[in-house]
Design a protein around this ligand. Structure first.
Ligand SMILES: Cc1cc2nc3c(=O)[nH]c(=O)nc-3n(C[C@H](O)[C@H](O)[C@H](O)COP(=O)(O)O)c2cc1C
Length: 321
């Protein structure tokens, strides 16, 4: 089977899988594996890269796999293919992408794939200027398109989140297994240049990475940032996958609008604080991830790209080679 440009469809699919490697993932674990078939791309979760101490259920793993799934669909659109996605309940096979008819590559598709390559997790304090409400509403709409929701915290809810995040950080700091796991992944995949050089002045604390890095930050406080919770109607893997797709879609759209996204998962990782966050949502649904939305510091250079695993470890092309 060949594509519009006479490349085999399998080579287009392999390229989309490689581009999906830019996706964000918890602790940069990249817990996915692609299998390239002559006419489809299968996406599997990799349980060996699950964070056993903070994510035993695989919630954050599945959100990360969902982000890779959306990245692959974005990459295919930029390669001139529509994509039909079939989702599975796992535990390992989570999705199959079947490319549809060749389509015109739109400027929007090209911009999106560009954002995918340059997007970063930016842990610096945000600028002292709020995100425009129209941008927040647009991001909420994008998340909804993926079947989950983005609740923007208002008033005291932000302080409830701050208290829960502080509590989660305390619980995790006392747990040697959590610390060991963090150290392992930090050494493997999180360069010092991605972590702030001094403590960040912040309303809602991020995970304590246990050391300062080499990322220059300003004096600011991220008091102008907005905080959102991606949540859904149940706490099942199928919906976690959707949440990851929504995270990716919202992050790329935010990047295009000049808005920075910082995922904060500590509060989700600890049962008691995840439950507290559910109460903050008035039990409207189950929280999967907290995100800080803010305007990036424009006075300092942002974080560099973080390393990714070699494509051969993430993509199995044995069925087509
Ligand atoms: C589900 C999920 C949870 C994450 N949780 C955190 C977090 O609590 N704190 C943080 O600083 N980064 C968090 N991240 C960001 C990852 O560390 C980041 O995506 C990874 O290191 C790759 O870096 P990049 O996003 O700059 O490409 C999370 C990302 C995902 C997808």
């Amino acid at each position: 089977m060949t594509s519009q440009t006479n490349r085999t469809v399998a080579s287009v699919l392999a390229e989309a899988a490689a581009t999906a490697g830019f996706a964000p993932s918890v602790h940069n674990t990249q817990p996915w594996r692609w299998r390239v078939l002559p006419d489809a791309l299968e996406l599997y979760a990799v349980p060996e890269r699950k964070l056993l101490s903070v994510d035993p259920a695989g919630r954050l793993l599945t959100v990360s796999v969902g982000a890779a799934l959306h990245h692959a669909v974005v990459a295919l659109a930029a390669l001139g293919h529509t994509a039909e996605v079939t989702r599975f309940d796992g535990p390992e096979l989570l999705a199959r992408i079947t490319p549809g008819a060749p389509c015109e590559v739109t400027p929007a598709a090209m911009r999106r794939v560009q954002q995918l390559r340059t997007r970063r997790t930016d842990r610096r304090p945000t600028r002292d200027e709020p995100v425009h409400p129209d941008d927040l509403t647009a991001l909420q709409r994008i998340v909804e398109e993926h079947g989950v929701h983005l609740h923007l915290l208002v008033g005291d809810q932000v302080y409830e989140l701050a208290a829960a995040a502080g509590r989660a950080a305390e619980v995790e700091a006392r747990d040697p297994f959590v610390q060991h796991e963090l150290e392992f992944w930090k050494a493997k995949t999180l360069p010092a240049e991605s972590l702030p050089e001094t403590p960040v002045r912040s309303t809602v604390p991020n995970r304590d990475f246990g050391e300062h890095g080499r990322l220059p930050i300003g004096e600011g406080h991220d008091g102008s940032a907005s905080y959102g919770v991606i949540f859904g109607r149940d706490d099942e893997p199928a919906t976690w996958l959707r949440a990851g797709e929504a995270l990716s879609a919202a992050w790329l759209a935010a990047a295009e609008r000049g808005v920075g996204v910082l995922p904060l998962s500590g509060v989700i990782e600890v049962d008691v604080t995840r439950t507290a966050l559910r109460m903050t949502l008035s039990e409207l649904g189950y929280p999967y991830l907290v995100v800080r939305l803010g305007l990036p510091d424009s006075d300092h250079a942002g974080p560099p790209a973080t390393p990714r695993m070699p494509a051969a470890q993430l993509i199995d092309t044995s069925a087509v080679s």
